[in-house]
Design a protein around this ligand. Structure first.
Ligand SMILES: NC(=O)C1=CN([C@@H]2O[C@H](COP(=O)(O)OP(=O)(O)OC[C@H]3O[C@@H](n4cnc5c(N)ncnc54)[C@H](OP(=O)(O)O)[C@@H]3O)[C@@H](O)[C@H]2O)C=CC1
Ligand SMILES: O=C1OC[C@@H](O)[C@H](O)[C@H]1O
Length: 406
């Protein structure tokens, strides 16, 4: 007997670039990705600019005629026919808009980075817990079958003990010519800059392996890394244009299979997380650079194709040399993926929201609250070391504040 799929009704808050991409993915038939247990309905969208912008958006993405258009975010979160709000405003606005939705009793999927600092994230998670609502940071890369397959491979122990992860997401921009000072990539009032927009993916790859896969049993929790950052600021706006982070995970190397009774811990692991808006991880597509993500175990490497936020292949490379030969039990292989259904690949995170809400879970195990919080703490620390502070109004935890279209 097949049971009816669980239906999740979405309200889209904001009508910019990623809101369009995500909403189109919501409309992709889940059966194209072999998902028969859930379905998504685009129930409404809101623009802070005008109701006509919201209706133009709904038309453009191909939403059903029943979808409602609102000219205010508050009206959207108060719509009884909406279960979950997808927040796609600039980073600076995530805290205020997530609170708006939670206070109205709605579940939330909020674009990355969840907030501009860790304290804001903590408050949101506490509020969601108090109200019994689901909240997740929309780090879509975590939900790709490719990503889960890499994690499985490492957990199986076949790569040995992971000692080092290198991850880069950087773009070759003519910053002065391409970005007006008001552009969200460089505007400090919108928490612009490389770290929060792109560097979060480099940290994501580090965390997917060296944090997420840590075996925390028998310890008081997962081991957090020590962090050293280098940051250079863009003279025109003060946002970060280059940020490089070294992380050391003491005694937290992951990957080997432990035998019964064996001591916890595989020694240290190191990571390098890079981001830049002056030079690229791959400046010339005719002559591709080395992989932007490299995971190095004692039995071999995994390299991941660019771009690191939406890779379509990875390669497993068994370590081998004249002295030691090959100890790994796998062969060199490139594994290729396609995004099904003509979508962009954002539907997998939407499916996760539906399943969590269906099952009464307030947080996802793939992108849980604690991990979002620790990543934010690292970005706070790197900013502290780099002396980058955003304007008080967007670092604030006060709510509600004027000027956020509430
Ligand atoms: N997961 C991913 O792959 C991606 C994620 N992102 C994330 O999504 C978020 C939005 O990025 P993106 O869609 O590219 O941004 P856009 O600038 O294209 O869109 C942002 C939207 O937010 C609304 N908004 C509300 N207040 C403001 C304000 N003060 N200034 C500007 N816009 C405002 C506007 O919609 P309206 O007028 O309708 O209210 C605007 O269209 C960011 O947090 C970014 O990190 C971005 C790109 C890719
Ligand atoms: O999340 C993102 O991924 C792709 C980038 O181009 C974009 O700026 C960023 O927000």
């Amino acid at each position: 007997m097949t049971s009816k799929p669980f239906t999740l009704r979405w309200g889209v808050l904001a009508t910019g670039g990623i809101a369009k991409t995500f909403t189109k993915d919501l409309l992709v038939d889940p059966s194209t990705r072999n998902a028969s247990d859930i379905r998504h309905i685009v129930a409404a969208a809101a623009s802070s600019t005008s109701v006509s912008r919201a209706s133009g958006f709904l038309q453009e993405v191909g939403a059903p005629a029943s979808a409602k258009a609102y000219g205010s975010y508050r009206d959207l979160v108060n719509d009884a026919s909406v279960d979950i709000i997808y927040i796609a405003t600039p980073h600076s606005h995530h805290y205020q808009h997530t609170r708006l939705a939670l206070e109205a009793g709605k579940h939330v999927l909020v674009e990355k980075p969840i907030t501009v600092n860790a304290q804001q994230a903590r408050i949101l998670f506490a509020l969601a817990k108090e109200k019994g609502l689901f909240v997740m940071e929309a780090v879509w890369t975590r939900f790709f079958p490719l990503t889960l397959s890499i994690q499985d491979f490492i957990e199986s122990g076949r790569l040995g003990v992971v000692k080092r992860v290198y991850a880069d997401l950087s773009f070759w921009n003519d910053v002065e010519a391409e970005f007006e000072s008001s552009h969200r990539m460089v505007n400090l009032d919108l928490a612009g800059g490389a770290l929060l927009d792109l560097g979060i993916y480099s940290l994501t790859w580090v965390f997917l392996i060296l944090y997420h896969l840590q075996n925390a049993s028998g310890q008081s929790g997962k081991r957090r890394p020590e962090v050293k950052g280098a940051m250079s600021l863009y003279a025109k706006t003060g946002c970060d244009e280059m940020t490089s982070i070294m992380l050391s995970f003491p005694g937290a190397a992951v990957g080997s299979k432990k035998e019964e009774g064996e001591e916890e811990g595989n020694g240290d692991a190191h990571a390098i997380a890079l981001t830049n808006i002056r030079v690229s991880h791959d400046p010339n597509t005719e002559h591709p650079s080395a992989s932007p993500v490299r995971i190095q175990g004692t039995l071999g490497d995994i390299t991941v194709s660019a771009p690191s936020y939406r890779p379509l292949s990875y390669t497993i490379i068994p370590a081998q040399n004249a002295n030691r030969g090959k100890l790994a039990n796998f062969e060199f292989q490139t594994v290729e993926y396609q995004i099904p259904g003509g979508g962009h690949g954002m539907f997998w995170e939407a499916d996760e929201c539906a399943r969590c809400i269906r099952d009464g879970r307030l947080e996802s195990e793939v992108m849980g609250w604690e991990e979002s919080e620790v990543v934010m703490e690292i970005m706070d620390e790197v900013r502290r070391q780099g002396e980058l502070r955003y304007p008080e109004v967007i670092e604030s935890t006060e709510y509600p504040l004027e000027g956020f279209g509430l």
